[in-house]
Design a protein around this ligand. Structure first.
Ligand SMILES: [Zn+2]
Ligand SMILES: [Zn+2]
Length: 278
């Protein structure tokens, strides 16, 4: 059993075969996934809710939960009306997290000062909604700039809330992981852990305690080896578990079971068929 803690399946790239992708996940032992609700900006941040409404609760598909939030790429599109709308959506019973939110200094699709302002505001909204946050953090090349800013903002404006969070698609150093763990965060590893140049990610995956890690695909991006370069899908999360298992000397299935239990525990969900938060 495996849970993909982070995927974007609402885009056009799945329009032709979304139901088959979900069925294939279930056939491969993926029993649930968290649908990330960024859409193409705040106006479509309910995309994950729609996916959960359409496919959750059917035996041939994984269970589906949803998040909402403004990705740093679209920070420039944030405004007060969007904030109010998202607080509304956050009350939907399938919504269990606020994100992904954070800082992206690699693409700089929105100016960094706006990214920071919007990140702070998203943390305020998440706190009002009593939801944990999912963090996207990507520094510019050969730099730790975004990590320094991101961890400092979390420390100052979020850690005291007690709602915790997830560093998704972790690409930082062992030290960054340690600082996040100290603030009660979970660390989620993605398919890039299988890439030859990703030794720092593998170092972190050996250090993070097994009860503090999650696995994800970040579909459609970052398909793991041996699917690298293809469109990613939740079934491939097994490759992430396989790689972590290799690093830690345990079977992939054990990594799958442990990270699935971590997911349920972190979100306060019952690991049975009831599909509802407890
Ligand atoms: Zn991300
Ligand atoms: Zn993502």
């Amino acid at each position: 059993m495996f849970i993909d803690s982070h995927a974007h399946l609402e885009g056009k790239r799945y329009d032709a075969d979304r139901a088959e992708v979900l069925a294939r996940a279930k056939q491969n032992g993926i029993e649930a996934y968290l649908a990330i609700g960024n859409g193409e900006g705040p106006a479509t941040a309910d995309c994950a809710i729609h996916l959960a409404e359409k496919y959750d609760g059917q035996a041939e598909y994984p269970r589906i939960w949803a998040s909402i939030g403004i990705h740093p790429h679209e920070a420039s599109l944030a405004d007060e009306a969007a904030d109010a709308q998202m607080l509304q959506w956050a009350r939907h019973p399938k919504v269990i997290a606020w994100g992904e939110i954070g800082l992206d200094y690699f693409y700089d699709h929105s100016p960094r000062e706006i990214q920071k302002t919007v990140f702070l505001r998203q943390m305020e909204l998440a706190q009002a909604a009593k939801l944990p946050i999912i963090i996207h953090c990507r520094p510019s090349d050969n730099s730790e700039n975004a990590w320094e800013d991101c961890l400092a903002l979390i420390q100052e404006h979020w850690s005291a809330s007690g709602f915790g969070g997830i560093l998704h698609c972790f690409t930082g150093s062992v030290d960054h992981a340690r600082r996040a763990l100290d603030m009660g965060f979970m660390i989620s590893f993605a398919g890039n852990i299988t890439f030859p140049k990703a030794q720092p990610i593998r170092d972190a995956a050996q250090m993070v305690p097994l009860d503090r890690m999650l696995i994800e695909t970040d579909s459609p991006y970052l398909a793991p080896i041996p699917h690298r370069g293809q469109r990613n899908e939740p079934a491939f999360v097994k490759e992430v578990a396989r790689k972590i298992g290799e690093l830690r000397g345990v079977p992939a299935e054990e990594i799958g079971t442990q990270t699935a239990q971590n997911f349920y525990k972190f979100f306060g969900l019952a690991p049975d068929a009831s599909n509802t938060a407890v």
